[in-house]
Design a protein around this ligand. Structure first.
Ligand code: 3PG
Ligand code: MG
Length: 396
């Protein structure tokens, strides 16, 4: 899809530009724990600042369910954002109303304001057109840079575009350009490394990508479900109770001749928290234990497949990557993705669910072509679903 971007904006000096960002960052005790999304927003904000716009930032934080919740105030996010921008960010306690409109006009050219969590109003998630109009009253232009929320048809991500000329921000543009490489004539071989806990959460990704990729390599809890569907005893491992979805995917993959690689060995432990009992076993020796990572033979086999790929999507860790005992599988797979990208010019994109967090925790995010700031948004893109936040943008 083609849409207007920041380079299509007319002169915005002294004009009010509302920018929807996804500043939904993990917080603890009023402190931003992971700044990835704040940093990803900077490019668009700094550019608008340089252009002399009065920039008004909208975002949600968490899921306050349409009611004010002091724990989900964006105020502390604004403090950190100001530090990262190296500029004042005026915080306003609401996102609609006179105080907001007044603050938008009062900003200096090149100045910034952050309005309170849009989800403190139930009309946000309801995509209420009157609420969208009230949001729009604080701007002359609208920029959607919130790729991470593009799968939501909410007032600040979609509805507002009915009231203001809508443009894509630089992050939105970069995310969509990277993801387009996975759908518009991807270079073959195209391999999807997929993990995560449940097959049921990613059935749409399998269905959509089965028509596009040349192979899947599968890890994480979902691999246990596929193994169980093949009749393998996975002991007390986490797995979907219902095996019918996994069985159908296995069948569809076979019918299409798409290899769906599954573990041949694994790292098991007596229980989720019994790291000291972690040990590598072949698949037929799981016993009553829990599978918590793919084994080294599996990781090497997956790495071989990935090193030969020209297009890679990394959609989830291979094991419980947060714990040292179960990092090896994801680390080896990540290394292979990095090598394919650096040495063979593969396009590699990470995102959806835990993929980005795993790639950055294990140090291979920087080596990939692109790591998405979107969780659910990337997942829906990979499922082939149109994103409402993108559909609402002005066609170019
Ligand atoms: C996310 O973190 O997935 C986005 O910010 C969207 O949040 P939501 O899932 O609460 O809509
Ligand atoms: Mg989400």
């Amino acid at each position: 899809m083609r849409f207007r971007t920041l380079s299509d904006l007319p002169d915005v000096r002294g004009k009010r530009v509302i920018v929807r960002e996804d500043l939904n960052a993990p917080m603890k005790d009023g402190i931003v724990r992971d700044e990835t999304r704040l940093r990803a927003a900077l490019e668009t904000l700094l550019k608008l600042g340089r252009l002399g716009a009065k920039t008004i930032v909208l975002s949600h934080l968490g899921r306050p369910d349409g009611k004010p919740d002091p724990k989900l105030s964006l105020r502390p996010v604004g403090v950190r954002l100001a530090e990262l921008l190296g500029s004042d960010v005026r915080f306003v306690d609401d996102c609609i109303g006179e105080a907001c409109v007044d603050a938008s006009h009062a900003l200096p050219d090149g100045g910034f304001a952050l309005f309170e969590n849009v989800r403190f109003h139930p009309e946000e998630e309801a995509n209420d057109p009157l609420f969208a109009r009230e949001l729009a009253a604080s701007g002359d232009f609208y920029v959607n840079d919130a790729f991470g929320t593009a799968h939501r048809a909410h007032a600040s991500t979609a509805g507002i575009a009915a009231d203001l000329p809508a443009y894509a921000g630089l992050l939105m543009e970069a995310e969509l350009a990277a993801l387009a490489k996975l759908t518009d004539h991807p270079a073959a071989p195209y391999v999807c490394a997929i993990g995560g806990s449940k097959v049921a959460d990613k059935v749409g990704v399998f269905e959509n990508l089965l028509a596009k990729v040349d192979a899947f390599v599968i890890g994480g809890g979902m691999a246990n479900t596929f193994l169980a569907a093949r009749g393998i005893d996975v002991g007390s491992s986490l797995r979907d109770k219902d095996l019918s979805i996994a069985t159908k995917i296995l069948h569809d993959a076979q019918a299409r001749g798409i290899p769906l690689h599954l573990p041949v060995d694994c790292v098991v432990a007596d229980a989720f928290d019994a790291d000291a009992t972690a040990t590598t076993v072949p698949l037929d020796a799981v016993g009553n234990r829990m599978i918590l990572d793919i084994g080294p033979k599996t990781a090497e086999a997956y790495a071989d497949v990935l090193r030969g790929a020209k297009t890679i999507v990394f959609n989830g860790p291979m094991g419980v990557y947060e714990k040292p005992a179960y990092q090896n599988g994801t680390r080896i797979v990540g290394r292979a993705i990095a090598e394919a990208t650096r040495a063979h010019g593969a396009v590699s994109v990470g995102g959806g669910g835990d993929a980005a967090a795993a790639a950055s925790a294990l140090g291979f995010a920087g080596a990939m072509t692109h790591v998405s700031t979107g969780g659910g948004a990337t997942l829906e893109f990979l499922e082939g679903i149109a994103l409402p936040g993108v559909a609402a943008l002005e066609p170019a």
